[in-house]
Design a protein around this ligand. Sequence first.
Ligand code: AMP
Length: 417
Amino acid sequence: MISRIKGTHDLLDVKLFNLIVDQAKHLLQNYHFSEIITPILEPIELYKRSLGLETDIVSKEMFIVSSENEETICLRPEATAATMRAFLEHSIQSNPWKVFSCGPLFRHERPQKGRYRQFNQVNIEIINSSAIAHDIQLITMLERFFGQILKRDSFALALNFLGCYNDRQSFKGILQNFLISIQDQLCSQCLIRKEKNIMRVFDCKNQTCQALYAQAPQIAQHVCASCALEWQQLQEQLSLLSVSFNYKPQLVRGLDYYDKTVFEFISDNLGAQTAFCGGGRYDALPQQLGSDQQVPSVGAAFGVERLMLLLEPHLNQLTFPVQPALHVIIPFTQEQQRLALLLADEMHAANLCTDVFVEGDSVKSMLRKANKMGARFALLLGPDEHTAREVMVKDMVDGTQETIHQADLVMFLKSKN
Ligand code: AMP
């Protein structure tokens, strides 16, 4: 037996998955976002430059597919860098470019509940806008999606502000001094981060380090005047729009491309992985990708599987699309199978959801099977019906039966739907 790859999963019932994606698409279209699709294969260079060499994703979680003529190709681990690549590559002029994409991503992480090696995200980007109003609208839209549309109330929004590039450069010095003052109490990982990617010390899982960082200087308190104003506007406007948030000075979101606004939607009902959506501003990303264009942007992504974990205990609060009524054709013997296929063909052409039982079971067991499948009508085709060009239509809800001429069948069923 060959089993699936570790950290991947087979989704044998896609109702909830599709509900999340369909509702998200509907909402995003209402907010005037357009859908795009970018490749699953991308050059690894894209992520080395955008996410940074010292991030977990680039340093240890990439799925490398091939390496040819000095171009190493990988399975995409996230979607923002590729969306920006597409923006630059196609010289898009929209101001802003409001787009979203849905699809699988790949990270070679240690699998656990809510953490997979292949998972799906809905990724939303507002590219080419420096307006803080877009950060506010993005966060408000996501809050509406999780709260009002998916009807969850057990989540919180964590928010931080990382300032601009210059703010971060000067803050790194302040943080460095703080870390030096406590360095004999830090874990070995944090000592490495302190040298290589200092802001990431805040991502440390070690309890002792976390307790020490509660006293650390906070970047939002060390930003320039224009950033301070934006940070204030962000908080005020969110409050005005009744979006509650928790200021979380340790939230830096791992990747190198973030600046200014960063946020995460978190829930305690997800096990060790508490975040189900994360995002922020990435004004410097185009430069990291080698562009000389200024393309300030903000974006977010949520994991479909993590949202599914949150929603599974509350399915009764969601409204799933109504399934079309199922019609099952039951030929009594081999002789009626040809006719059954012809009738089914006519019904499919008329857009009626139809299945034919051709396994040759007894009529009784076929009826039982139709019942189990939730069929609305069973269409019985015995030798008598065959000869008389009729069908016995059995209403599976009230058990009544009616003989209908084959030529009138589609019209009859249409009138019942
Ligand atoms: P990130 O791209 O790391 O900011 O993640 C954004 C969202 O994607 C997270 O909040 C999760 O919902 C989801 N996500 C990230 N990594 C994984 C993973 N390994 N397995 C499942 N979902 C993930």
